[in-house]
Write a protein that binds this ligand. Structure first.
Ligand SMILES: Cc1ncc(COP(=O)(O)O)c(C=O)c1O
Length: 302
């Protein structure tokens, strides 16, 4: 097996907030240095099962944006397994400047072949995916963000005896696979909250289709839109790092934690609730974000 279950589970740390609820964070970001957080678990069955059945000429193909944590993780899997990978990247304008993008350069160093497509072509990625599968019948074509039924099964591994203790389970939501797995496999009495960083009305149905449970709520946490980083987000992430020595990134986990604390202040959670947030990794994105932010004299502490 290329992706192995670690012998020790990641820590659950308390965030000492002095409020009428208790807040904790489960550090899935510590699971693997390069295939971190939910990416590890979303790829776990997809990759292991595929490689078990396709020992001859395996090939991994996937999709993502310029700073995609998923592209970064799949390229690292390819390097670790010694198999070729192809990344279909949104934005043809990146074709002549990808070397200055830390995520894409990292993927390239891991041996990933990068193919840049227009936003229009990228929107039709389901068609593109079918086409690639026909052209490379033996390849594993992993959808954007890695979200599929295999991913949902893998997310089950983020839950254990310790996570059963919590009233609320919180995660950032992009393509929906992570929250679907938490919702599907958590305890009956637990409530799941998804912090949506993308404005996508189809997410609720998509997640329901994967979990078939109604135990989750989605809360808008986009702070102005996917990938938008406001001064208040930077301040929050930098303060969080300084106060608790836990790094967050600006696209998913930073926005989730900021919104969770806002909800706590607004009294959203009943008194004495125990809240668990999943740190889903993605810290590789900070370097790329800082290259953009530094031009505006802003910076995230790594
Ligand atoms: C760091 C991080 N957190 C959360 C998510 C959201 O996960 P999902 O796409 O399964 O909703 C992603 C995207 O994969 C991510 O990279």
């Amino acid at each position: 097996m290329i992706l192995q279950i670690p012998s020790t589970s990641v820590p659950i740390q308390e965030i000492p907030i002095q409020k009428n609820v208790k807040l904790f964070i489960k550090r899935e970001d510590l699971i693997h240095p390069q295939i971190s957080g939910n990416k590890f678990w979303k790829l776990f069955y997809n990759i292991n099962n595929y490689l078990e059945q396709n020992s001859k000429k395996p090939y991994l193909i996937t999709f993502g944006g310029a700073y995609s944590n998923h592209i970064s993780a799949v390229s690292a899997v390819g390097k670790q397994a010694g198999i070729p990978t192809l990344g279909i990247i949104r934005g043809e304008e990146l074709a002549d400047k990808w070397k200055y993008n830390p995520t894409l350069f990292f993927a390239f160093k891991n041996g990933m072949n990068l193919k840049f497509v227009t936003r229009e072509e990228y929107r039709n990625k389901e068609k593109l995916s079918e086409f690639l599968q026909q052209e490379f019948p033996n390849a594993l074509v992993v959808p954007e963000g890695g979200t599929n039924e295999g991913a949902v099964e893998g997310i089950k591994m983020m839950l254990n005896n310790q996570t059963k203790d919590f009233d609320y389970l919180c995660t950032a939501v992009g393509t929906g696979g992570t929250i679907a797995g938490i919702s599907k496999f958590c305890e009956e009495n637990q409530k799941v909250i998804g912090f949506k960083v993308v404005d996508d009305d189809s997410l609720e149905n998509k997640i329901f289709g994967l979990t078939l449970k109604k135990n989750f709520n989605l809360i808008d946490s986009s702070f102005g839109g996917y990938g938008k980083i406001k001064d208040e987000n930077i301040q929050f992430i930098n303060d969080f790092k300084e106060n608790y020595n836990i790094p967050l990134e600006p696209i998913y986990t930073g926005k989730m934690m900021q919104k969770v604390l806002e909800l706590i202040d607004e009294g959203y959670f009943p008194e004495n609730s125990k809240i668990l947030c999943f740190h889903t990794g993605g810290l590789q994105g900070i370097e790329g974000a800082n290259l953009l932010l530094e031009k505006q004299n802003r910076k995230l502490i790594i």
